[in-house]
Ligand binder design. Structure first.
Ligand SMILES: C[S@@+](CC[C@H](N)C(=O)[O-])C[C@H]1O[C@@H](n2cnc3c(N)ncnc32)[C@H](O)[C@@H]1O
Length: 273
């Protein structure tokens, strides 16, 4: 099957249509656009058709880039987003951060830097976990595919953690969008929270983040760097928390097995010290 065809077609149509309906049919005209995790450029080609002057696609898989039809106004940057956001230019008019952060273990720097790279507006969209307390769940993904986490481990961030981070980024005003017009096949954006910690294919949220004038670019960078240091610290702590939780889960399962064996008469509890 063609890469980024199939279910991508309606999904891409609906996301682009929503942007045009809400930000104007001419939003991309003459603009420079950064498309993060842009695959073979299926979205980049759409925004070029809509008048974008220049599009840069950041993508980690060479095989995706190799499939892209040639267009001098679409530049591809090969980069591993787990290591941060590598781009050719320091900033762009519009940034598209679509369908990508949940395929990263280290998604927070990409969320934050995608906003700092934008002069006007950023569109962010991701699969999420339906939880207000579990701020992220790491999920094992299939590395054999062309569009999943390159590392084999993705994230399902809580939408509330994204809200919390957006509120900390200077000169950015984020607005979460629960519009059914975005829905496409199994991708859903207008669902109600159960807050039960479940993750499932297609459980998604969408944000439009408007950039306010950057009167103090140095101060903005310093505030973002402080936030990134805080996140780095909390990720270290998270390793400890996840290890302890996994150990607890194993102990619980082992207790259950021993209980069943004891009940079946095939295990004497006194044999275990
Ligand atoms: C689900 S696709 C989304 C494509 C497009 N942005 C969209 O929304 O239709 C995720 C993209 O992220 C890329 N990707 C996954 N892990 C990556 C990594 N560590 N570094 C760079 N790109 C990565 C995949 O190769 C794929 O092109």
């Amino acid at each position: 099957m063609e890469r980024f065809g199939g279910h991508y077609d309606t999904w891409t149509d609906n996301r682009i249509r929503w942007i045009l309906d809400n930000f104007g049919e001419r939003i991309f005209e003459g603009k420079s656009v950064l498309d993060i995790g842009g695959g073979s450029g299926h979205i980049a080609r759409r925004v070029r058709e809509l008048g974008a002057r220049q599009v840069e696609v950041v993508e980690g898989r060479l095989s995706n880039i190799a499939e892209a039809p040639r267009d001098d106004a679409i530049a591809f940057t090969l980069a591993n987003l787990e290591r941060g956001l590598t781009t050719r230019e320091p900033s762009y008019d519009i940034v598209l951060n679509l369908g990508t952060i949940y395929h990263l273990a280290n998604w927070e720097p990409i969320l934050i830097d995608s906003i700092l790279r934008a002069r006007e507006v950023v569109f962010i969209e991701t699969e999420v976990i339906d939880s207000e307390v579990e701020y992220n769940r790491y999920v094992v993904e299939d590395t054999g595919g062309y569009d999943q986490a390159m590392s084999g481990v993705g994230s399902r961030p809580s939408e509330f953690e994204i809200d919390r981070l957006l509120a900390r980024i200077p000169n950015a005003f984020g607005h979460k969008v629960l519009d059914p017009a975005l829905n496409a096949e199994f991708h859903r954006y207008d669902w109600e929270n159960a807050l039960d910690g479940h993750v499932e294919d297609g459980l998604r949220r969408f944000w439009a983040v408007q950039r306010l004038s950057q009167l103090d670019a140095v101060g903005e960078r310093a505030a973002a760097d402080a936030l990134l240091r805080e996140i780095h610290y909390s990720k270290t702590l998270e390793t400890l928390v996840l290890t302890r939780r996994a150990q607890h889960e194993l102990e619980r399962k082992l207790d259950k097995v021993l209980e069943l064996l004891t009940a079946a008469g095939s295990w004497a509890p006194s044999a275990v010290s």
